[in-house]
Design a protein around this ligand. Structure first.
Ligand code: NAG
Length: 396
């Protein structure tokens, strides 16, 4: 019963976080677009961070921006993105625009001297990802691709179990993100190739990142790729959308390790009528047993780490805070009700403030993730999503 009470407590408190008074000069965030993800990814987590103020939002439709600002208590509204970037009171830009616009608006934000919290995947191509980080470095600005799950203790505990060697050498890692059919409508931007759509881009970037993180390596080669193509309703059967609704890829990793990623926008009902549950799981087989984390992407409300040694007793673990004693994150702040995004925001602010940060997703990590997404698309024949036409004025 206590675990049910714990669950209710975590959910309640994460949705109704305490909001301490702000420090005298909080970091002021501006949001590009009245995005549906921002309340979860930034606005709510910011409430409990005394050094953060969600200060402004910009949308081309001013009415939409105004409604959004009122609903989320955002003091300032801009009627276009340029004006937001030119706002001298803003320190940080949050970029949750469609993937195909990530490069242009992140470059422009950096050019305007703003730090950037950038939604994943970072851009449509690895080359663009590298250019963004190069510019951030040149300007001394913080840029983070928002792989929020990496900042949560649960995935870090899973990695610590594997790295501790208690299960022996790692053999195979498998990460899955799959949602039941019906979750997205056919006109969703996730199905729009020119905006950087595709399941491997949108959801697949998580399992891609996760298998690289847990093995502390990049793939050595691709072993196999299969995909299912998105077909818009009423389109001819040979319609080439270039957009995958599902992709499965297997990799050879260094040191005789293998990995498999699965992402699926449209998991069909079992037997044609029993709806599926979302699958958000990562499992690792080692020579001496196996371990897995159920709900690796959103572990904050509920997750389970199962450790099953080949000999000896299986056990279950939870990691809602950094305990400091189990091989992860000693000294990192946190509360049991903090969501992945709240942990991420803590690190982001620390980084901007020049304080020590124990968890980070760095430039080479983001570049490599995009690089392997492109490589999988090359094998599936769908190709990389189109490069931005934006030409940066400060690019070398
Ligand atoms: C994709 O988005 C672009 C830009 O909003 C739009 O012009 C285009 O019609 C969309 N394509 C499809 C197939 O929906």
């Amino acid at each position: 019963m206590s675990s049910i009470a714990g669950f209710i407590g975590r959910v309640y408190k994460s949705l109704n976080p305490p909001s301490p008074p702000r420090v005298e000069q909080p970091l002021r965030f501006g949001i590009l677009g009245a995005a549906a993800i921002a309340p979860n990814a930034l606005i709510r987590p910011a409430l409990s961070h005394p050094e953060v103020l969600v200060y402004a939002v910009a949308a081309r439709d001013i009415q939409k921006a105004q409604t959004y600002a009122t609903k989320h208590h955002i003091p300032k509204v801009h009627s276009n993105y340029e004006e937001l970037l030119a706002d001298k009171d803003i320190d940080v830009i949050y970029n949750p625009l469609p993937n195909g616009l990530h490069y242009e608006w992140t470059m422009k934000a950096l050019e305007a001297g703003k730090h950037v919290l950038l939604e994943k995947p970072a851009a449509n191509t690895a080359e663009e990802v590298r250019a963004m980080f190069d510019l951030a470095e040149k300007k001394g600005l913080v840029l983070l691709e928002a792989f929020h799950y990496r900042f949560h203790p649960a995935i870090q505990r899973l990695k610590a179990i594997v790295d501790s060697g208690e299960l022996g050498k790692i053999k195979h890692v498998e990460a899955t993100m799959s949602l039941p059919k019906g979750h997205f409508s056919a006109d969703d931007i996730r199905y729009n190739y020119s905006l950087g759509g595709g399941c491997l881009m949108d959801m697949g970037c998580y399992p891609m990142n996760c298998v690289r993180y847990l093995t502390s390596s990049n793939p050595a080669s691709i072993l196999d790729v299969s995909h299912e193509l998105f077909q818009p309703p009423n389109s001819p059967s040979d319609y080439a959308s270039n957009v995958d609704k599902k992709t499965v890829a297997s990799f050879a990793m260094p040191n005789d390790v293998t990995a498999k990623i699965t992402c699926n926008f449209e998991d069909p009902p079992r037997l044609g009528f029993i709806p599926r549950l979302p699958v958000l799981n990562v499992a690792i087989e080692c020579e001496g047993g196996k371990t897995d984390l159920y709900n690796f992407i959103g572990p904050s409300w509920f997750h389970t780490i199962t450790v099953t040694p080949r000999s000896g007793r299986a056990r279950k673990e939870k990691a809602y805070v950094f305990s400091g004693s189990d091989g992860v994150g000693g000294g990192q702040r946190g509360e049991v009700w903090w969501e992945t995004y709240r942990y991420q925001l803590e690190a982001f602010v620390d980084r901007v403030k020049g304080r020590e940060v124990r968890t980070w997703v760095d430039k080479e990590d983001s570049v490599a993730n995009m690089d392997w997404i492109e490589k999988v698309y090359a094998v599936s024949g769908l190709g990389s999503r189109p490069k931005s036409t934006y030409v940066s004025t400060t690019q070398t």
